[in-house]
Design a protein around this ligand. Structure first.
Ligand SMILES: [Zn+2]
Ligand SMILES: [Zn+2]
Length: 348
């Protein structure tokens, strides 16, 4: 091969490798190794650092530079073309600049021509387009939900019953990834969820763990159909007396089968599933057989109870304690059935 002299720097092909008519260094200086876009738009989520590429959003990123690096790797690197006569191109490194967001990205690329390797660092300007991805936007605005769980409670307001409020809060928090927003309304809580499955999962847990009655309805149609789940929560506490179909029931505890009561008139336990309780209807018992009474004495095998406007002597065997041991002088909420006297709970 005849000797060549570089017209830019005057060096000989005996000293330095050549690419075409120029020495390698001058070739890279003049033409570069690769053709790359001078700038790229970078649409990213200010909240989770996901980026948008070809109309789609990526998964979230722990930091923005990593998101930009992946974006450039997948969207810019495949579009790099070697500068003729260079044939092969290898991207060695993609390094976003400093700054939040970075304003440029450095792409180190190596080309090869007939065994001569040449390297160039492309500086690509980054045009940041800060945005909110649909997931974060949905979470922020409350749009983008497809199901609503409407929690309603009776007889106590949801906030008025610590036990059930805590349970409900815990259930909602355990699904926070799916929850778009939670809105307090006059009647209770509206929980907006991303999809139907999440709403059903929440409803199932509200039923099995809090005894809610669940009813599903749909609104709208097609792909935008929204699922509304009504979850009715009986905010009764152990020790409450409620009335179901005219019968006074003393509430003991919630079991997997439903609410467990003592039937105060008939005696014996009774379990009512949540659905039945709502279907039959219930209210706080305020009938005449319930009163506040004092234990005057419990000697000689009998109890003497006293209340304003009356008193009662009853054999100890007919007294049923649903509370701690009764002492003389203490006041109790008392239920007088035809056969028995129930001491329901201590009154301060
Ligand atoms: Zn040269
Ligand atoms: Zn986001």
């Amino acid at each position: 091969m005849p000797e060549r002299i570089c017209p830019m720097c005057g060096r000989s092909s005996k000293e330095v490798p050549f690419i075409g008519n120029l020495c390698r260094d001058c070739f890279v200086k003049r033409y570069g190794v690769a053709q790359a876009p001078s700038q790229v738009e970078f649409t990213y989520c200010v909240s989770c650092y996901a980026h948008r590429a070809q109309g789609r959003w990526s998964a979230p990123y722990p930091d923005l530079r990593e998101s930009l690096r992946d974006y450039v790797m997948s969207q810019v690197v495949p579009r790099l073309r070697p500068v003729a006569p260079i044939q092969e191109l290898v991207v060695k490194e993609v390094e976003p600049g400093e700054g939040q967001p970075p304003r440029e990205v450095y792409v180190r690329v190596e080309g090869a021509y007939e065994g001569v390797r040449a390297e160039e660092v492309k500086v690509i300007k980054v045009v940041p387009r800060p945005s909110l991805c649909p997931v974060c936007a949905a979470r922020k605005s409350g749009e983008g939900y497809s199901a609503v769980v409407q929690l309603r409670s009776y007889p106590r307001p949801l906030g008025g019953d610590k036990e059930s409020a805590r349970l409900v809060r815990w259930l909602i928090e355990s699904m926070s990834d799916e929850v778009v927003k939670v809105e307090e309304v006059k009647e209770g809580l509206d929980v907006y969820l991303r999809d139907h499955g999440a709403a059903r999962a929440l409803a199932t847990r509200l039923r099995s763990e809090a005894g809610a009655k669940i009813v599903e309805t749909f609104k709208g149609g097609g792909r935008k159909v929204k699922l509304y789940v009504s979850a009715r929560l009986a905010t009764i506490r152990p020790g409450d007396v409620i009335e179901v179909e005219g019968r006074p029931l003393f509430y003991l505890t919630f079991t997997p089968q439903g609410f467990m009561f003592i039937d105060l008139d008939r005696g014996g336990r009774k379990v009512i599933p949540p659905e039945d309780l709502w279907d039959k209807g219930f209210k706080v018992y305020d009938g005449p057989n319930l009163r506040r009474a004092m234990v005057l004495s419990k000697e000689g095998g009998k109890y003497v109870l006293f209340w304003e406007g009356g008193s009662l002597e009853v054999p100890s065997s007919d007294v049923i304690l649903l509370t701690e041991e009764a002492s003389e002088g203490q006041e109790f909420l008392v239920y007088l059935s035809q056969r028995r006297v129930y001491l329901l709970r201590r009154e301060a």
